[in-house]
Design a protein around this ligand. Structure first.
Ligand code: ADP
Length: 266
Protein backbone atom coordinates (compact mmCIF):
# COMPACT_ATOMS: atom_id res chain seq x y z
CA UNK A 1 0.00 0.00 0.00
CA UNK A 2 1.31 3.42 -0.98
CA UNK A 3 -0.04 6.80 0.05
CA UNK A 4 -1.68 9.01 -2.53
CA UNK A 5 -1.63 12.79 -2.37
CA UNK A 6 -4.80 14.56 -1.29
CA UNK A 7 -6.75 15.43 -4.44
CA UNK A 8 -10.07 17.12 -5.23
CA UNK A 9 -11.89 13.79 -4.86
CA UNK A 10 -10.16 12.53 -1.72
CA UNK A 11 -12.54 11.65 1.13
CA UNK A 12 -11.21 13.74 3.97
CA UNK A 13 -13.25 12.66 6.95
CA UNK A 14 -10.18 12.49 9.19
CA UNK A 15 -12.17 10.10 11.36
CA UNK A 16 -10.59 7.88 14.01
CA UNK A 17 -11.02 4.90 11.73
CA UNK A 18 -8.74 6.43 9.08
CA UNK A 19 -5.97 6.77 11.67
CA UNK A 20 -5.78 3.06 12.46
CA UNK A 21 -3.27 0.61 11.10
CA UNK A 22 -4.53 -0.22 7.56
CA UNK A 23 -5.51 -3.91 7.24
CA UNK A 24 -3.15 -4.30 4.27
CA UNK A 25 -0.29 -4.33 6.78
CA UNK A 26 -0.32 -7.71 8.40
CA UNK A 27 2.66 -8.90 10.32
CA UNK A 28 4.44 -6.33 12.48
CA UNK A 29 7.90 -7.80 11.88
CA UNK A 30 7.35 -7.78 8.13
CA UNK A 31 6.57 -4.02 8.20
CA UNK A 32 9.63 -3.45 10.36
CA UNK A 33 11.90 -5.06 7.83
CA UNK A 34 10.25 -3.17 4.96
CA UNK A 35 10.85 0.03 6.90
CA UNK A 36 14.51 -0.82 7.53
CA UNK A 37 15.00 -1.34 3.80
CA UNK A 38 13.38 1.98 2.92
CA UNK A 39 15.39 3.86 5.57
CA UNK A 40 18.60 2.50 4.09
CA UNK A 41 17.44 3.37 0.58
CA UNK A 42 16.75 6.94 1.66
CA UNK A 43 20.38 7.17 2.82
CA UNK A 44 21.56 6.20 -0.67
CA UNK A 45 19.18 8.60 -2.39
CA UNK A 46 20.36 11.39 -0.09
CA UNK A 47 23.95 10.85 -1.29
CA UNK A 48 22.77 11.66 -4.80
CA UNK A 49 20.90 14.72 -3.55
CA UNK A 50 24.05 16.00 -1.83
CA UNK A 51 26.36 15.18 -4.74
CA UNK A 52 24.20 16.54 -7.54
CA UNK A 53 23.20 19.76 -5.71
CA UNK A 54 20.36 19.97 -8.22
CA UNK A 55 17.46 20.30 -5.80
CA UNK A 56 16.51 20.60 -2.15
CA UNK A 57 13.90 18.45 -0.44
CA UNK A 58 11.55 20.03 2.07
CA UNK A 59 9.53 17.70 4.29
CA UNK A 60 6.73 19.39 6.23
CA UNK A 61 5.36 17.54 9.27
CA UNK A 62 2.08 18.55 10.85
CA UNK A 63 -0.11 16.70 13.31
CA UNK A 64 -1.80 16.93 16.65
CA UNK A 65 0.20 16.59 19.86
CA UNK A 66 1.68 13.09 20.29
CA UNK A 67 1.02 12.24 16.63
CA UNK A 68 4.71 11.36 16.29
CA UNK A 69 6.44 14.25 14.53
CA UNK A 70 9.60 13.76 16.62
CA UNK A 71 9.48 10.00 16.10
CA UNK A 72 9.36 10.43 12.32
CA UNK A 73 12.38 12.73 12.41
CA UNK A 74 14.34 10.22 14.52
CA UNK A 75 13.48 7.10 12.55
CA UNK A 76 12.89 8.01 8.90
CA UNK A 77 16.16 9.92 8.50
CA UNK A 78 18.23 7.47 10.54
CA UNK A 79 20.14 6.28 7.46
CA UNK A 80 20.89 9.84 6.28
CA UNK A 81 24.09 11.80 6.64
CA UNK A 82 23.27 14.39 9.35
CA UNK A 83 25.50 16.91 7.55
CA UNK A 84 22.88 17.15 4.83
CA UNK A 85 19.79 17.36 7.04
CA UNK A 86 18.40 20.51 8.66
CA UNK A 87 15.55 20.28 11.14
CA UNK A 88 13.57 23.37 12.14
CA UNK A 89 10.85 23.43 14.79
CA UNK A 90 8.34 26.26 14.70
CA UNK A 91 6.87 27.33 18.01
CA UNK A 92 4.97 30.43 19.08
CA UNK A 93 6.45 33.28 16.99
CA UNK A 94 8.82 35.67 18.76
CA UNK A 95 8.16 39.41 18.81
CA UNK A 96 10.58 39.90 15.91
CA UNK A 97 8.92 37.14 13.90
CA UNK A 98 5.49 38.61 14.59
CA UNK A 99 6.61 41.98 13.29
CA UNK A 100 7.20 40.39 9.86
CA UNK A 101 4.84 38.61 7.46
CA UNK A 102 4.04 35.03 8.57
CA UNK A 103 6.24 33.45 5.89
CA UNK A 104 9.37 35.38 6.81
CA UNK A 105 10.69 32.92 9.39
CA UNK A 106 9.63 30.02 7.18
CA UNK A 107 11.46 31.23 4.09
CA UNK A 108 14.67 31.71 6.13
CA UNK A 109 14.58 28.02 7.08
CA UNK A 110 13.99 26.59 3.59
CA UNK A 111 16.87 24.20 2.75
CA UNK A 112 19.39 25.10 0.05
CA UNK A 113 20.00 22.72 -2.88
CA UNK A 114 21.66 19.48 -1.82
CA UNK A 115 19.93 19.47 1.57
CA UNK A 116 16.94 17.83 3.16
CA UNK A 117 15.00 20.30 5.31
CA UNK A 118 12.49 19.01 7.83
CA UNK A 119 9.84 21.30 9.30
CA UNK A 120 8.50 20.18 12.67
CA UNK A 121 5.32 22.31 12.44
CA UNK A 122 5.39 25.01 9.81
CA UNK A 123 3.58 27.91 8.14
CA UNK A 124 0.45 25.74 8.39
CA UNK A 125 0.21 26.69 12.08
CA UNK A 126 -0.84 30.09 10.72
CA UNK A 127 -4.07 28.55 9.38
CA UNK A 128 -4.45 25.97 12.19
CA UNK A 129 -3.71 27.17 15.73
CA UNK A 130 -4.17 30.77 14.62
CA UNK A 131 -7.64 29.98 13.25
CA UNK A 132 -8.80 27.64 16.03
CA UNK A 133 -7.60 29.82 18.88
CA UNK A 134 -8.67 33.01 17.12
CA UNK A 135 -5.21 34.57 17.21
CA UNK A 136 -6.04 36.55 14.06
CA UNK A 137 -9.32 37.61 12.45
CA UNK A 138 -10.88 35.38 9.76
CA UNK A 139 -10.06 37.80 6.93
CA UNK A 140 -6.35 37.47 7.84
CA UNK A 141 -6.05 33.68 8.08
CA UNK A 142 -8.49 32.93 5.26
CA UNK A 143 -6.31 34.88 2.80
CA UNK A 144 -3.32 32.75 3.74
CA UNK A 145 -4.23 29.56 1.85
CA UNK A 146 -3.65 31.31 -1.47
CA UNK A 147 -0.52 33.02 -0.13
CA UNK A 148 0.86 29.64 0.97
CA UNK A 149 0.14 28.10 -2.44
CA UNK A 150 1.91 30.97 -4.21
CA UNK A 151 4.89 30.76 -1.84
CA UNK A 152 5.25 27.00 -2.26
CA UNK A 153 4.94 27.29 -6.02
CA UNK A 154 7.71 29.87 -6.06
CA UNK A 155 9.92 27.53 -4.02
CA UNK A 156 9.24 24.56 -6.27
CA UNK A 157 10.15 26.62 -9.34
CA UNK A 158 13.40 27.49 -7.60
CA UNK A 159 14.71 24.02 -6.91
CA UNK A 160 12.77 22.94 -3.80
CA UNK A 161 10.79 19.70 -3.91
CA UNK A 162 8.08 19.83 -1.25
CA UNK A 163 6.29 16.96 0.52
CA UNK A 164 3.77 17.57 3.30
CA UNK A 165 2.59 14.94 5.76
CA UNK A 166 -0.35 15.16 8.15
CA UNK A 167 0.22 12.56 10.87
CA UNK A 168 -3.33 11.45 11.52
CA UNK A 169 -3.67 10.03 15.03
CA UNK A 170 -7.01 8.95 16.54
CA UNK A 171 -8.48 10.53 19.64
CA UNK A 172 -8.19 7.24 21.50
CA UNK A 173 -4.53 6.73 20.56
CA UNK A 174 -3.69 10.30 21.58
CA UNK A 175 -5.33 9.63 24.94
CA UNK A 176 -3.14 6.57 25.48
CA UNK A 177 0.01 8.40 24.46
CA UNK A 178 -0.83 11.31 26.78
CA UNK A 179 -1.38 8.91 29.69
CA UNK A 180 1.92 7.15 28.96
CA UNK A 181 3.67 10.51 28.83
CA UNK A 182 2.22 11.64 32.14
CA UNK A 183 3.27 8.47 33.91
CA UNK A 184 6.73 8.07 32.46
CA UNK A 185 9.32 10.28 34.20
CA UNK A 186 11.48 10.16 31.05
CA UNK A 187 8.59 11.29 28.85
CA UNK A 188 6.53 13.70 30.91
CA UNK A 189 8.72 16.71 30.13
CA UNK A 190 7.03 16.61 26.71
CA UNK A 191 3.65 17.29 28.24
CA UNK A 192 2.25 20.83 28.27
CA UNK A 193 -1.01 21.95 29.84
CA UNK A 194 -1.87 23.48 26.44
CA UNK A 195 -1.90 19.97 24.95
CA UNK A 196 -5.10 19.18 26.87
CA UNK A 197 -6.71 22.44 25.78
CA UNK A 198 -5.97 21.58 22.16
CA UNK A 199 -7.47 18.11 22.75
CA UNK A 200 -10.70 19.79 23.88
CA UNK A 201 -10.74 21.65 20.55
CA UNK A 202 -10.45 18.38 18.59
CA UNK A 203 -13.33 19.02 16.14
CA UNK A 204 -12.33 22.61 15.47
CA UNK A 205 -8.82 21.39 14.62
CA UNK A 206 -10.28 18.68 12.39
CA UNK A 207 -12.15 21.34 10.41
CA UNK A 208 -9.04 23.51 10.18
CA UNK A 209 -6.88 20.58 9.03
CA UNK A 210 -9.47 19.55 6.46
CA UNK A 211 -9.48 23.03 4.92
CA UNK A 212 -5.69 23.30 4.92
CA UNK A 213 -5.25 19.89 3.29
CA UNK A 214 -7.97 20.56 0.71
CA UNK A 215 -6.96 24.06 -0.24
CA UNK A 216 -3.20 23.56 -0.20
CA UNK A 217 -2.59 20.14 -1.73
CA UNK A 218 -1.15 21.13 -5.09
CA UNK A 219 0.82 19.36 -7.82
CA UNK A 220 3.93 21.25 -6.68
CA UNK A 221 3.45 20.68 -2.92
CA UNK A 222 1.14 17.74 -2.22
CA UNK A 223 -0.33 16.82 1.16
CA UNK A 224 -0.43 13.20 2.34
CA UNK A 225 -2.65 11.95 5.16
CA UNK A 226 -0.66 9.34 7.09
CA UNK A 227 -2.52 6.85 9.30
CA UNK A 228 -0.40 7.35 12.42
CA UNK A 229 -1.80 5.09 15.16
CA UNK A 230 0.85 2.52 14.27
CA UNK A 231 4.31 4.06 14.47
CA UNK A 232 5.99 1.52 12.20
CA UNK A 233 3.36 1.81 9.48
CA UNK A 234 3.47 5.62 9.76
CA UNK A 235 7.25 5.67 9.34
CA UNK A 236 7.19 3.18 6.50
CA UNK A 237 4.54 5.04 4.50
CA UNK A 238 6.36 8.36 4.85
CA UNK A 239 9.77 6.94 3.93
CA UNK A 240 8.26 5.30 0.89
CA UNK A 241 6.74 8.57 -0.43
CA UNK A 242 10.06 10.37 0.12
CA UNK A 243 12.00 7.63 -1.66
CA UNK A 244 9.64 7.45 -4.62
CA UNK A 245 9.83 11.22 -4.96
CA UNK A 246 13.62 11.37 -4.74
CA UNK A 247 14.09 8.52 -7.16
CA UNK A 248 11.65 10.24 -9.56
CA UNK A 249 13.99 13.25 -9.63
CA UNK A 250 16.62 11.07 -11.35
CA UNK A 251 19.48 12.72 -9.50
CA UNK A 252 22.87 11.78 -10.85
CA UNK A 253 26.34 11.83 -9.39
CA UNK A 254 28.28 14.57 -11.20
CA UNK A 255 30.85 13.43 -13.77
CA UNK A 256 34.48 14.06 -12.98
CA UNK A 257 35.90 17.13 -14.64
CA UNK A 258 38.47 16.09 -17.32
CA UNK A 259 41.36 17.74 -15.45
CA UNK A 260 40.50 15.72 -12.33
CA UNK A 261 40.09 12.51 -14.32
CA UNK A 262 43.62 12.92 -15.64
CA UNK A 263 45.07 13.07 -12.12
CA UNK A 264 47.00 10.05 -10.85
CA UNK A 265 47.35 9.17 -7.17
CA UNK A 266 50.93 8.08 -6.50
P1 ADP B 1 5.79 20.66 20.06
O1 ADP B 1 4.41 20.68 20.67
O2 ADP B 1 5.77 20.76 18.57
O3 ADP B 1 6.65 19.56 20.58
P2 ADP B 1 6.24 23.10 21.52
O4 ADP B 1 5.86 22.48 22.83
O5 ADP B 1 7.36 24.07 21.48
O6 ADP B 1 6.58 22.00 20.45
O7 ADP B 1 4.91 23.75 20.93
C1 ADP B 1 4.92 24.59 19.89
C2 ADP B 1 3.66 25.43 20.02
O8 ADP B 1 3.81 26.56 19.20
C3 ADP B 1 2.41 24.68 19.57
O9 ADP B 1 1.39 24.78 20.52
C4 ADP B 1 2.02 25.44 18.31
O10 ADP B 1 0.63 25.47 18.10
C5 ADP B 1 2.58 26.81 18.57
N1 ADP B 1 2.80 27.57 17.33
C6 ADP B 1 3.54 27.21 16.28
N2 ADP B 1 3.45 28.12 15.29
C7 ADP B 1 2.63 29.07 15.73
C8 ADP B 1 2.11 30.29 15.17
N3 ADP B 1 2.46 30.68 13.95
N4 ADP B 1 1.29 31.04 15.92
C9 ADP B 1 0.94 30.64 17.16
N5 ADP B 1 1.36 29.50 17.74
C10 ADP B 1 2.19 28.73 17.04
Amino acid sequence: MNLRPVGPRTRLTLSDRDARRPPAFGDRDAVKSLLAREVERLGHLQERLIASKARALLVVLQGRDASGKDGVIRTVFDGCNPLGVRVTSFGVPTELERSHDFLWRIHAAVPPRGYIGIFNRSHYEDVLVVRVRRLAPRRVWSARYAQINDFERMLSLNGVTILKFFLHVSREEQRERFIDRLHDPEENWKFRAGDLEDRKLWSAYTRAYRDALRKCSTPWAPWYVVPADSKTVRNYLITRVINETLSGLRLRFPRLAPEVRRLRVD
